[in-house]
Ligand binder design. Structure first.
Ligand SMILES: Cc1cc2nc3c(=O)[nH]c(=O)nc-3n(C[C@H](O)[C@H](O)[C@H](O)COP(=O)(O)O)c2cc1C
Length: 464
């Protein structure tokens, strides 16, 4: 059976995919940018818009890392404001389960779901570094295993709060003056190793019952967490082979949690470069890569892998001949690439040198190659065909597109590729439902029964 493609738009992030130096690039802070971006996605009938999150400014060599854009407004505030200027688009926010509290987050998402008429989604992330923790009272480091344990129980607790209202408690009978039909809606008690809370949840049941749940970790634990508890995964595996391997792996884990393959969507992040012809697009893609990896960015990324400052280093010459400095003390803090680099810096450096020797590449050219981030490059026809092929070949259920220009970089895709996917009958011509669950083809949640268990998130029964 031909699969329908899901499409979403990632607001350009705090990383070097975003070419903020491009003359066409606008603010990543001003509300107008968010509005233009969201309304373009909605014009393209996209399932949802996605906001990533970082809770601390990144640093390198003890200074704020300002080669990526710096600054990130609060997710809930932005999404709530966007709910008012969009009508169908899902609103997905990345919110950390390591540094927040379930009552607060459950309340914020239930509110967003109300304000948007059932369009809220939560991308549950754990983060991995102690550096971020320093911003919070909870402080320092929680081991990765404990972070996923906390994420699981955090989500379970939030789900108990959402399910503490069944949807029929408010009657607001103006004749006889009764507001509530039930005596104690929202009552909850939860006690485990991480949370010991009791009270009454104060946001009545929201249109979707709870937000759609996303997960974004890639480890074994992350994948199991998604298989047990998420409705969708945001992954980084956008190539055909890596996508298929990830898809098979994660969908294969669902059965052990009593779930079916249609209950979890796999949505990799994907970048794109479009032009009239494939040859032109390839040419533009090369220019974009050079803008994404400026000489300064190339130097900083090499310093990150070598874990040392390289004053006076010429990025147009060869890579350093010495091996990276292996240490728990990293010169770069908070950037996701650092974690990738730190796994095996010496091995990675020799891979980079081999690439350089093979292609006769300068240090910067190697960085441009190895950090390549262009998933779909070509004419609109080519890109539409490839995306459809990848989805039909189970490399994904759709893609979360990450344009490199804020906020108007999405428009060429919406104007030129979406109509071709619609012509092929693999992408909606218009919205047919009103909630994000509708757009994603996820079955509506049942109402929780009297004991509050029926509509509860699958994690409650599958993981406990
Ligand atoms: C594709 C992807 C996107 C992510 N986006 C964010 C993000 O926006 N904010 C954040 O704090 N962490 C983000 N993370 C980090 C994860 O939540 C998680 O903390 C980290 O990947 C470590 O877990 P893992 O070892 O299971 O991958 C992301 C991870 C992946 C794989």
């Amino acid at each position: 059976m031909t699969k329908q493609i899901h499409l979403a738009a990632h607001f350009p992030g705090v990383n070097n995919t975003t070419v903020w130096s491009d003359p066409a690039a606008g603010s990543h802070i001003e509300f107008d940018s968010f509005v233009r971006f969201a309304q373009t996605a909605e014009r393209g009938k996209f399932d949802f818009m996605f906001l990533a999150e970082g809770l601390r400014l990144r640093e390198q060599n003890g200074l704020i890392y300002d080669l990526d854009v710096v600054g990130r407004p609060d997710t809930f505030t932005v999404l709530a404001a966007l709910a008012a200027v969009t009508g169908h688009l899902g609103l997905t926010g990345t919110i950390n389960s390591t540094f927040n509290e379930p009552y607060e987050v459950a309340r914020q998402f239930a509110t967003l779901d109300h304000l948007s008429g059932g369009r809220a989604a939560w991308n549950v992330v754990t983060s991995w570094d102690a550096f971020t923790g320093e911003n919070f009272r909870r402080g320092g480091y929680l081991a990765q295993g404990d972070r996923y344990e906390r994420a699981r129980t955090f989500l379970r607790t939030a789900t108990e709060l959402w399910d503490s209202w069944h949807g029929d408690e408010i009657i607001a009978d103006k004749q006889d003056g009764r507001f509530l039909a039930a005596p104690a809606p929202g009552a909850f008690t939860h006690k485990d190793a991480f949370f010991d809370i009791a009270g009454q949840f104060n946001v009545p049941r929201s249109p979707q019952g709870r937000p759609v749940v996303f997960q974004a970790g890639d480890s074994d634990q992350g994948r199991d967490f998604a298989a047990s508890s998420a409705d969708a995964i945001f992954s980084r595996h956008s190539t055909l082979a890596a996508g298929q391997a990830f898809y098979a792996d994660v969908k294969g884990r669902l059965a052990k949690y009593g779930r079916t393959r249609d209950q979890l969507l796999i949505l990799p992040a994907a970048t794109f470069v479009l032009a009239d012809t494939d040859a032109e697009a390839a040419q533009v893609a090369r220019q974009v890569r050079r803008a994404q990896v400026s000489p300064q960015t190339a130097l900083r990324l090499i310093e990150q892998l070598w874990n040392t400052e390289l004053p006076g280093f010429d990025v147009d010459g060869p890579l350093p001949e010495f091996d990276p400095v292996v240490s728990d003390n990293l010169i770069s803090k908070g950037r996701a690439s650092v974690r990738q680099f730190a796994k095996d810096p010496v091995g990675l450096a020799s891979e980079w040198r081999a690439r350089a020797a093979e292609g006769k590449l300068s240090a910067r050219e190697v960085v441009i190659e190895v950090t390549g981030r262009q998933s779909f490059v070509g004419s609109p026809e080519t890109v539409a065909r490839i995306i459809n092929e990848f989805v039909q070949a189970d490399a994904a259920d759709g893609y979360i597109l990450v344009p490199h220009i804020t906020p108007d970089g999405l428009a060429p895709f919406v104007d030129n590729v979406v109509p071709l996917l619609q012509e092929r009958g693999v992408f909606r011509a218009d919205y047919t439902g009103s909630t994000l669950r509708d757009h994603l083809g996820l079955a509506p949640l049942g109402r929780p029964d009297e004991t509050g268990r029926q509509g509860r998130h699958v994690a409650a029964s599958a993981v406990s």
